[in-house]
Design a protein around this ligand. Structure first.
Ligand code: XMP
Length: 479
């Protein structure tokens, strides 16, 4: 009887239970591509996604993730209006043509324009009448000028403009040659449609690996509750690239029904999770654009302790990937990643991307609060099913309650500096792993990598041992 109840007769395995076996290789780390699929229609340049948690991903994190080749998923522990603004903040951050430019009319006063410049944090304002561009007022035009003067009296006329199809290189040359900081864009009817700024061009140049949408704006995802059609429609209208239906147990028939309806109402890709079994994948693969895998592996999760439910993460990823591959649906391994080696193992098991909470929560760009403990800097990090976070979300189906059964904890993680530096270390480790396996790309890593199950002694041997690693980091001379 009990034998029959044992799920599949096999041990459930997680990252620490295995090592990837080295393989014959001709691949050097600099020949490796980390390009991968997040969902059916979205590719990333690195297989890393930041988690929709309120101490991990808001717009600042999402901007850094996309600039460095990955993507951030905005959390949903905020009002719909605020989440819409967060999506826009990412889209606006280094877009080529800024389409929602702050403008003024010719009869606006200088003091009105000054006020706009201050509140909107811009230094040049196009002056528009009947959609036509009449001129630009920049800070230079109004320095020392009386606040009661009108825009049309102070604006710079005969502005140099360009058409919408101008390339980045041509726009740069035009601005450079004419010594201007802003290039207004007009359509064939000579109507104002937006603006290119030198500042934005320079920002874009810095990030060669950035992932952008068809209009050249950074990509971004956002989480929604499984029944939140209204939120889905509003962020979709804001051109979010991917919507993540964020639920602790997506193998729930009501969730599946609702997710199907949401999918019919949006144009963004839709990733659904979390799941941990092949049968859950079977029930979702025909309508989702991606699957998110992980029930309880996260560093802040107590689901497995509180409920006794879960599947060790490597087995969960492999089981879901087996099904998903047949339907061409990308798989994201979410939770429990502690080292770059775990990213390599997740991909070797079949994941196309990994989602990180803990490893990114200590970044400068995370929204978590900075805390100093015994003169060390930390950032707060909490589960979305923790007591503190739950009052604002329904991931654990407890919205509206006054008493909760938490499935997560709250704590702090060490401050780690910029996302760029963290990702450099993680992708560096992954590339080395792919070199050991002889895999030039993610697909080949999934195919070529073989695992060996290890014992507790293997784990002890794998970590640094028999050396005193001191916090003082002394620089002992060699002689
Ligand atoms: P890591 O290990 O990267 O895991 O910190 C992040 C993932 O954990 C999930 N998550 C939770 N799971 N209770 C849970 O059981 C929680 O309170 C909780 N909050 C987040 C989520 O999938 C996240 O990406």
């Amino acid at each position: 009887m009990f034998k029959e109840k044992l799920s599949n007769g096999m041990d459930g395995l997680t990252f620490n239970d295995v090592l990837i076996v080295p393989n014959r290789s001709e691949v050097e780390p600099n020949q490796i591509s980390l390009n991968t699929r997040l969902s059916k229609n979205i590719s990333l340049n690195i297989p890393i996604v930041s988690s929709p948690m309120d101490t991990v991903t808001e717009s600042e994190m999402a901007v850094s993730m996309a600039r460095n080749g990955g993507i951030g998923i905005l959390h949903r522990n905020m009002s719909i209006e605020r989440q819409v603004k967060e999506v826009y903040a990412v889209k606006r951050s280094d877009e080529f043509i800024i389409r929602r430019t702050i403008t003024a009319s010719p009869d606006n006063t200088v003091s009105h324009i000054l006020n706009l410049m201050r509140t909107e944090n811009v230094s040049g304002i196009p002056i528009i009448k009947d959609k036509k561009l009449l001129g630009i007022v920049s800070t230079r035009d109004i320095r020392g000028i009386s606040g009661s003067k009108l825009a049309e009296e102070v604006m710079t006329k005969d502005v140099i403009t360009a058409k919408e199809d101008i390339s980045v290189d041509k726009a740069f040359k035009k601005m450079y040659d004419s010594k201007i900081e802003r290039l207004p864009i007009v359509n064939e009817k000579n109507e104002f449609v937006g603006m290119i700024t030198m500042h934005n061009i320079m920002e874009r140049e810095k990030y060669a690996d950035a992932v952008r949408d068809s209009e050249g704006r950074l990509i971004v995802g956002a989480a929604i509750g499984p029944y939140d059609l209204e939120r889905a429609k509003k962020i979709d209208a804001e051109k979010v690239d991917v919507i993540v239906v964020d639920c602790a147990h997506a193998h729930n028939l009501n969730v599946i029904k609702s997710a199907k309806k949401i999918k019919e109402n949006i144009s963004a890709d839709m990733i659904v999770g979390n799941i941990a079994t092949a049968s859950a994948a079977e029930d979702l693969v025909d309508f989702v654009d991606g699957l998110r895998v992980g029930i309880g592996p996260g560093s802040i999760c107590t689901t497995r302790i509180v409920t006794g439910v879960g599947v060790p993460q490597l087995t969960a990823v492999a089981d879901v990937a087996d099904v998903a591959k047949r339907y061409n649906v990308p798989v994201m391994a979410d939770g429990g990643i502690k080292f770059s080696g775990d990213i390599a193992k997740a991909i070797a098991a079949g994941a196309d991307t990994v989602m990180l909470g803990n490893l990114l929560a200590g970044a400068k760009e995370s929204p978590g609060r900075e805390v100093t403990i015994k003169s060390r800097l930390y950032k707060s990090y909490r589960g979305m099913g923790s007591l503190g976070a739950m009052s604002g979300t329904d991931r654990y189906s407890q919205a509206g309650r006054t008493k909760f059964v938490p499935e997560g904890v709250e704590g702090v993680v060490p401050y780690k500096g910029s996302v760029e530096d963290i990702l450099f270390q993680l992708t560096g480790g992954l590339k080395s792993a792919m070199g050991y396996v002889g895999a030039k790309n993610i697909e080949s890593m999934q195919e070529r990598a073989k695992f060996m199950k290890i014992t507790n002694n293997g784990i002890i041997e794998s970590h640094p041992h028999d050396i005193l690693i001191t916090d003082e980091a002394p620089n002992y001379p060699l002689h």
